[in-house]
Write a protein that binds this ligand. Structure first.
Ligand code: GLY
Length: 341
């Protein structure tokens, strides 16, 4: 088992290891939470693990809330439904929400936790690789609006994150590839050794997840509210979000980030903003994991869609570019300059 401390305003642990879910009841007790628990999950994960988790928390007063699966349900309507259920079940501010699922469940349940009674505690139990290495850690919660992804939300840190690799046994291969987009991102922006480990055969998953979480925890500790350093975690995301939107969300988040990293890196190399060779290395690695190549996506066609990205301040945009493999920087420019580049 590995335990990583996230030094946010209110610090918390991320525990990573096979079978760690079985320690959830005692971990909740250690947090001093002895009241009601609302388990929020979606239909897919609920079908696989809903009964098991409810039984595991059997000694406690549990209410179970299941939302629909899919990006189209990452919405204010879903948050409103969850809030109504929490109120019907008379949860109080000292009670707890457990978010059991992938990134969408974590973001939506976390946002409901941030809003309900102006904020109740929650625990993240991520069940996908993507959620384990990225979205469950760092306190970004929220939903999509028609204008774009994650345009409404709140920073609300969990009290604990439990990453149990056993959940990955039922993870479809396509979902695994999705998580690899974020894993490769961490290597690109902050850890060349991680990229080398990913390029070699084998490699323990627990160690890889733990390294990604360590890197994320480091960025969150430096810049919890995403005003500078943390933005480097968005490598591949500005174009990635545009690709998700352009595809009507047929290209899932992690795979879109994979394409976004390839496209932005090639674009930056052509302009002398990143040394040559980085894009080839990213392409080799994303190909190794069978990820989408996205040959039809070009930066030039995506800036306009990216202009609606929430990270824009006026017409300014901060792109995350690579100094070299394993090191990144923020490149501040404008949408106008990009459209004319
Ligand atoms: N997923 C990027 C961040 O948490 O800042």
């Amino acid at each position: 088992m590995k335990k990583i401390r996230v030094n946010a305003g209110r610090p918390y642990d991320v525990v990573i290891g096979k079978g760690e879910i079985n320690n959830l009841p005692s971990a909740i007790n250690k947090l001093g939470k002895s009241g009601k628990i609302a388990v929020v999950t979606d239909r897919n994960v609920g079908g696989l693990y809903g009964e098991k988790i409810t039984a595991l928390l059997g000694g406690k007063d549990v209410c179970y809330v299941e939302i629909e699966s899919g990006e189209e349900h990452k919405s204010m309507n879903t948050v409103a439904d969850i809030l109504e259920k929490l109120a019907e079940n008379k949860l109080t501010r000292s009670d707890l929400i457990v978010a059991l699922g992938g990134g969408i469940v974590g973001d939506v349940a976390g946002f409901a936790a941030a809003c309900y009674l102006r904020g109740v505690d929650f625990v993240q139990v991520p069940t996908t690789l993507l959620a384990m290495v990225d979205s469950s850690v760092g306190g970004k919660t929220g939903v999509n609006l028609s204008a774009g992804k994650n345009l409404a939300g709140a920073f609300h840190q969990p009290r604990l994150v439990v990453c149990d690799e056993d959940f990955l046994a039922t993870l479809p291969q396509e979902e695994f590839k999705n998580g690899m987009g974020e894993v490769i991102k961490y290597g690109c922006i902050a850890d060349k050794d991680l990229l080398e480990k990913l390029s070699s055969p084998g490699g323990g998953l627990e160690e890889i997840i733990a390294r990604c979480v360590e890197i994320k925890a480091d960025f969150v500790a430096k810049d919890e509210f995403d005003n500078g350093e943390r933005q480097k975690l968005n490598f591949g995301h500005t174009l990635g979000h545009a690709i998700e939107k352009a595809s009507g969300f047929a290209v899932p988040h992690g795979q879109a980030v994979g394409i976004g990293m390839r496209v932005i890196c090639r674009w930056a190399e052509e302009r002398g903003l990143t040394p040559k060779g980085c894009a080839d290395a990213i392409e080799a690695l994303t190909d190794k994991f069978g990820m989408l190549k996205g040959e039809n996506y070009r930066a030039e066609d995506l800036w306009n869609i990216a202009a609606n990205d929430k990270k824009l301040k006026g017409k300014n945009i901060s792109l995350v570019l690579l100094k070299e493999l394993g090191s990144s920087y923020l490149y501040k420019t404008t949408i106008d300059a990009l459209e004319n580049s």
